[in-house]
Write a protein of this length. Structure first.
Length: 258
């Protein structure tokens, strides 16, 4: 197969008159940006099993000969790992001497994301890789927009401003029933606390209302963007869900992805 021409943001920018603002160019071009790779995100409530499925999909794609890059939000860059330890550690608020305000939490999530786009996602896509990202902006819309009640509009505006509106090609949304994912998340957190003596996730202390709003927000996102979001709603076992994910990815992956 002939190699696809390589376009990057710098090439595009050279074609645009200098008086046009760079952020304006990016916001127009990134959505249609001709990267050669393929960008997949995994979403779902804590305990939905997405991290296990991401690992399995990565292993399968690699065994099929694809170049695969995996990461998670927040984290995976040096800066992101620091941000992660601040926002997820349930002891942060004691150390910082006060609550992390919802707006601060949102801004830190986006700072992490911007860095991961710059350091990992765009270079990997330009290199032709399939990028698998554990959580992305849908998490901000669900957790900060709905859970913390900051509203979707604010999150989507942040996404345009900070992430140049870079959208995944496909989002795999794992939505097992609300009760089973909450139960799994709480059990996992208790196990981690017992094993490591730390309670990593501030979010897992939240009440059921917080999680119900997140669950509803994910449903709303799936209904709003059916082309991008593939929702897997059943409570089937890990192997069946893995098989379903392979089917979805095989059907969507463009033949041009190496
Ligand atoms: P993590 O331990 O990665 O949880 P999980 O394995 O369930 O993905 O912790 C990520 C937590 O951060 C999770 O509770 C969701 C939350 N989060 C947000 O609130 N907003 C965001 O934008 C992102 C990316 C994550």
């Amino acid at each position: 197969m002939p190699a696809k021409p390589r376009f990057d943001a710098e090439t595009w920018v050279c074609l645009v008159p200098p008086r046009v603002d760079r952020p304006v160019i990016n916001s127009v071009l990134y959505p249609v940006y001709m990267h050669r790779g393929y960008f997949i995100t995994f979403e779902g409530l804590d305990g939905s099993g997405k991290t296990t499925q991401l690992r399995r999909l990565a292993a399968w794609l690699e065994s099929e000969g694809h170049k695969v890059v995996t990461l998670r939000n927040p984290g995976s860059t040096a800066l992101g790992d620091r941000i992660r330890s601040i926002i997820l550690d349930s002891r942060s608020e004691d150390t910082l001497g006060g609550n992390i305000a919802p707006h601060t939490e949102m801004a830190l999530m986006f700072a992490d994301r911007a860095q991961s786009i710059h350091e990992i996602i765009l270079p990997a896509l330009a290199d032709g890789a399939i990028v698998l990202c554990d959580r992305y902006t849908d998490s901000s819309e669900a957790y900060q927009g709905a859970g913390r009640e900051l509203g979707s509009d604010r999150i989507l505006a942040m996404h345009r401003a900070v992430c140049d509106n870079l959208q995944p090609d496909l989002t795999l949304l794992l939505l097992p029933s609300f009760d089973s994912s909450l139960h799994r998340a709480r059990r996992r957190n208790q196990r981690t606390t017992l094993q490591k003596g730390t309670d990593e996730n501030r979010f897992e202390r939240e009440d059921d209302g917080f999680y119900r709003r997140i669950h509803q927000a994910y449903e709303t996102i799936a209904a709003r963007e059916p082309q991008r979001v593939a929702a897997i709603r059943d409570d089937a076992g890990i192997d069946q869900i893995e098989a379903r994910i392979r089917e979805i990815v095989s059907a969507r992956l463009p033949a041009t992805v190496i």
